[in-house]
Ligand binder design. Structure first.
Ligand SMILES: Nc1ncnc2c1ncn2[C@@H]1O[C@H](COP(=O)(O)OP(=O)(O)OP(=O)(O)O)[C@@H](O)[C@H]1O
Length: 304
């Protein structure tokens, strides 16, 4: 059974439609990414899933429950780390964990969470004195304190330096390894590609694509590019006659060849038959960035 089922979700703020007809399902144990530009409606959609906002239309089921009608049953089963979470500056790490564990009937032992998330030596440190990465680890621990089946992590790594971001990726994998399904809202292409089993790309309130990272790349950009410097002149038609090749361009001493299928194999074997060596060979595969631009018309610079 899918753990989250969202069907034609609709949410407006006055006359602004933030989420329009969004549908997706999340499978048990997966890391499901929600990726999109600023203001696309990602947070609104996941807050409806977590029961923190009331949708104007459509249906949401989380672990078979309606987050609106069965609101009381959800918090212990869905742990949420909200975008830009905050705690009082002076609250110590152990106080925050103890306080949050008091909200749940059957919390996990918060002392264990301190160890698990590398915060044991920070137990007495006030929140305001933690580094960005330590704050994120604390918020993850707080999201997991009720022993949830699902963790919703919104913009987990925004504001972290690249090393802290990479460390946090390992933590997300650890959460999944404990059997918790993860819904990850992110701006970062590399993060989505690296962590997510499937990604919903949201743009202007709609799901414009939903697939694995590899599937997203292949559906929008099956084309590959090869660049090389031939060791001898390449006879006209030698490459363009190959069924895999769509275009050949001469750029200075280099040839730029685009095509589909097993392009590299086709080109290198025909060159070898003519005793031509492809020096400085570079193969460029389409990336998730390319897919994202094709789907949303926006490039990475716009979404950060
Ligand atoms: N409480 C609110 N009242 C009015 N408008 C809102 C409210 N919350 C969000 N919006 C608007 O709804 C749209 C979607 O916002 P949302 O925060 O869901 O997007 P997002 O994809 O999460 O963006 P970001 O990544 O920038 O947080 C935006 O245009 C935003 O300005």
């Amino acid at each position: 059974m899918d753990v989250i089922e969202v069907d034609r979700l609709h949410k407006r703020y006055r006359d602004h439609v933030a989420v329009r007809d969004v549908s997706f399902t999340v499978r048990p144990g997966e890391i499901f990414g929600v990726l999109g530009p600023n203001g696309a409606g990602k947070t609104t959609a996941v807050e409806c899933v977590a029961g923190l906002r009331v949708p104007d239309g459509g249906t949401v089921r989380v672990l078979g429950l309606d987050p609106r009608r069965e609101h009381d049953a959800l918090p212990s089963r869905v742990g949420v780390q909200l975008q830009e979470s905050q705690l009082p500056e002076k609250m110590r790490v152990r106080e925050a964990l103890r306080l949050y564990s008091s909200f749940y009937a059957d919390p996990v032992d918060w002392r264990r969470l301190l160890d698990d998330w590398g915060l044991a030596d920070k137990a007495n440190t006030p929140f305001g004195k933690l580094s960005g990465g330590q704050k994120q680890r604390l918020f993850i621990a707080l999201a997991l304190i009720g022993n949830p089946d699902i963790a919703v992590l919104d913009e987990l790594t925004t504001g972290l330096d690249p090393q802290a971001r990479r460390d946090t990726w390992g933590l997300v994998e650890d959460i999944r390894a404990r059997g918790v399904t993860v819904v990850l809202v992110t701006h970062f292409m590399e993060e989505a590609e690296r962590l997510c089993d499937r990604i919903a790309v949201i743009d202007r309130g709609r799901v414009v694509a939903l697939d694995t990272p590899a599937g997203l790349v292949s559906t929008v950009a099956a084309e590959q590019r090869i660049r090389f410097r031939p060791s001898a002149p390449v006879p006209d038609g030698l490459l363009t006659d190959l069924p895999e090749v769509t275009s050949v361009r001469r750029v200075g001493p280099q040839l730029h060849v685009t095509g589909t299928g097993d392009l590299l194999q086709a080109v290198t074997s025909v060159l070898a038959r003519h005793r031509i060596v492809a020096a400085e060979l570079r193969v460029e595969q389409a990336s998730l960035d390319d897919a994202f631009v094709a789907l949303t018309g926006k490039n990475l610079e716009d979404v950060r």
